[in-house]
Design a protein around this ligand. Structure first.
Ligand SMILES: [Zn+2]
Length: 391
């Protein structure tokens, strides 16, 4: 076994340049989740790499205008339960937003470019885990890659989340290769996200002449905002924040319309309900007679990831593999962001999230990944698969 582990490490060391080149190719295939054809190109490239390694790929469509889910399976006839590596190949950046073709740049050990961190780097790690395991002719557990093409749209308007849960049933565990944290922590708990849209209509007019007749929609919204943000309860991890305000028109007018967007994050369904009931109650309460308010919302179809003792056991095991081989142990973190990890965990399997390339500034053009973490994490996760029967 130790001999096989050494071979895995040597394999990764000998393929460092290939990993970097592959991440460059993959990230240069830009694709915002709305750009179906572009995301498909990136997914097809990854499909080709996986097929070269013997993976059989099949596809689960989610919507006509979105790139669907690729399920890549290797060794499904192996005796053990499948081990899942998951991730998404869409990004939040539109093609060309980094200023032209082939936008990735390497500088000072960092990889800059669209999606290098969120989260093509993580998928490259998964690819090389598979390659390294093939190199030592590993045959104990099936390896399953689940590659999503519209994670950044939160699966709103489709049932991609349900497909992910169904495809995860019966697996041994899942490593979601999302953005690695700068403090080297893996994530065992994530929140579920709601976007609420409050719309207020009032009666407009001249700020001087119509002061008493007017019904100021912005003022009404302000009363409501004050009550809504007080719904935050950090003791249970619930956050409510005002994200966008639009309203008014003329600088000397009474605002007849105001729109407010709130971002809400919760860790469980009780809180989801408490917030929703309260949001509607506050919307229905009128502070300025003559104004009318309306509330709509959408919920990201990214279920909250709940920490389980099985996930902690998996984390402890990954840490044993890391420590025994001279790598830093991972910390543990609970994050406010949402991801597909909760959709996998809904299948009743342990999931660790944020297993991908370490970096910063996801969802921003400053996004970068630290190249060395590609190698260390590929070694640790390939080693984890190799030794998983000790879990
Ligand atoms: Zn993202």
């Amino acid at each position: 076994m130790e001999n096989q582990l050494a071979k895995i490490f040597t394999f990764i060391d000998e393929h460092k340049e290939d990993m970097v080149q592959d991440l460059r190719t993959f990230a240069d295939l830009e694709g915002h989740f709305e750009e179906k054809d572009n995301v498909l190109k990136a997914r097809t490239w990854l499909q080709q790499q996986l097929e070269k390694e013997g993976f059989a790929c099949r596809f689960r469509e989610v919507a006509d205008d979105r790139c669907g889910i690729m399920i890549a399976e290797l060794g499904m006839d192996r005796p053990g339960k499948p081990i899942i590596f998951s991730g998404h190949c869409d990004t939040v950046h539109y093609t060309g937003s980094f200023g032209g073709e082939n936008p990735t740049v390497i500088k000072d050990g960092k990889f800059f470019g669209p999606g290098v961190l969120d989260m093509k780097g993580g998928l490259i790690i998964a690819l090389y885990v598979a390659k390294a395991l093939n190199f030592i002719q590993y045959k104990e557990h099936p390896i399953k890659l689940i590659v999503v093409g519209e994670e950044e749209s939160d699966h709103v308007g489709n049932d991609g989340n349900k497909i992910l849960t169904a495809e995860s049933k019966g697996a041994l565990c899942c490593f979601n290769m999302e953005t690695g944290q700068m403090n080297n922590s893996l994530c065992t708990q994530k929140k579920s996200q709601f976007t609420y849209y409050l719309s207020v209509d009032g009666v407009g007019g001249h700020a001087g002449n119509d002061f008493l007749k007017g019904r100021n929609a912005i003022n009404e919204a302000v009363y409501k905002i004050q009550k809504i943000i007080e719904l935050t309860d950090l003791s249970v991890g619930t956050t409510v924040t005002t994200a966008v305000i639009k309203g008014g028109g003329h600088t000397s007018g009474i605002a007849d319309h105001c729109e407010v967007v709130f971002d809400v994050r919760v860790t469980n369904e009780n809180e989801a309900k408490r917030i929703m009931d309260s949001m509607y109650e506050i919307t229905d309460e009128t502070f300025i007679e003559g104004t009318k308010s309306k509330l709509t919302y959408y919920r990201a179809k990214l279920l909250p990831l709940q920490e389980t003792k099985e996930a902690i056991r998996l984390l402890d095991f990954v840490n044993t593999v890391a420590k025994d081989n001279g790598f830093d142990e991972f910390g543990k973190v609970h994050l406010g962001g949402a991801s597909d990890a909760g959709n996998m965990a809904a299948a009743g399997i342990p999931v660790l999230d944020n297993c991908g390339i370490i970096g910063q500034y996801a969802h921003n053009k400053k996004e970068y990944g630290i190249i060395n973490s590609l190698y260390s994490r590929a070694k640790i996760f390939a080693g984890t698969v190799l030794k998983i029967k000790e879990l």
